[in-house]
Design a protein around this ligand. Sequence first.
Ligand code: ZN
Length: 325
Amino acid sequence: MAAIIIKYRKKPAKIAGYEALLKRLPAYHPKKEQVEDLLKSTNAGFGGEERLDQLMKYFNPDYPYLIIQDYSISANIELQADTILLTQSCVILLEVKNISGRLRFTINPSTLHQTTASGVERGLKSPQVQMEMAKWKFEKLLKSLNISLPVHVFLVIAYPNQIVEDSPPGSVIWSADEVMIRLQNFKLPPKILSIDELHRFGQQLLSLYSEFDPFPLAPKNNIHPSEINIGVFCPECKSSKMNKVKRTWMCEKCGLTNPEAHHQAIHEWFMLIKPSITVAECKNFLALEYVSTARRILNNPLYKKVADNKTKKYYLDMQVDIHEK
Ligand SMILES: [Zn+2]
C-alpha cells in the first residue's frame, strides 16, 4: 500500500522569525540569550520531527491508514499534534520530543527534568500532561464531528542520546527508531469507520486545519519595537546593512547589490513588529530618505492595501507564502 500522507510537515515559520529577531536585537540586549534558546529548541524540535518522518518512510502496515504531519487548530479548541495516524478503528497521536541529555520525569507535580551534557539541570513542562491534554482535546474534537474513535497518544523520543531515567507510571515512551515497527504491529481495536468514512474524516480534519500564528515576535517576547534595529540587512553577510543606491541596495561590507532586498526587511517587520505597515512606518524601518520610495515599494502585489480611516495600511498578502522556499 502506498504511503498516504495527506499533509506534510514544513519548516516552522517561527524559525525565520527568531533568526530575524536575533539579527535585529542590539548586541548585549538582555533578551538575546532567551531568543537564542527559543531558536535552538524550535530547531531541535523540528529536527526531531523530521527524523521521525524519515524513519517512517517505509511504514507499510497491513491496515488502511492516513497520516497528517504537524496538525493544529487555533479556533475554539486550540490543538496541536506532531504526527497523527488515522485508521478505521482508532486515532494515534505522536508527540515527538527532542531534548538532549538525561530526562527524568517526576510526578506531584508533573515535571520533566533535563540534565544537559554540561551538568545543568532545568525543569520543563511535563510532556505527560501535554499528551493527556492533547488526547482530551482530540476526543472533544471527534465528539463534535460525531466520530467515536478511541484516541491513543504516544511520546516519541527523537534521538537515542536522550536518556529517559524515570518514565511516568502508565506512560508509553517510544524511541523514534521503534515507532514504525510498533505501529505496524499495533493491535488495532475493532473497525468503526469504512474506508470512505476514513478518507472523509481525513479531509474533514484538513478543512479544520489552521496554522498557529506565532507572530509578531517582539511584543510576544516583551520587546519594545524601539529596541529592534531598523534598516535593510545584506542577505549574504546577514548582520551588515545595505544602503539605498539609486535603484538598488548595496551592502556596506561585501558590496553585494540587490534591488529587491527591502522585501525581506518588510517581511521581518511583519514577523517582529505587527501584521500591518504604513508608508511612514516603512520609510522609517527601511531608513529611506523619501516617503515616495516607501510608497512605491509597498505598491507591490506582495502587499494588500487596506484603507483604515485616513491611513492606508499594507498587509502581507497571505496568498503569497513567504516561508515557502
Ligand atoms: Zn554583504
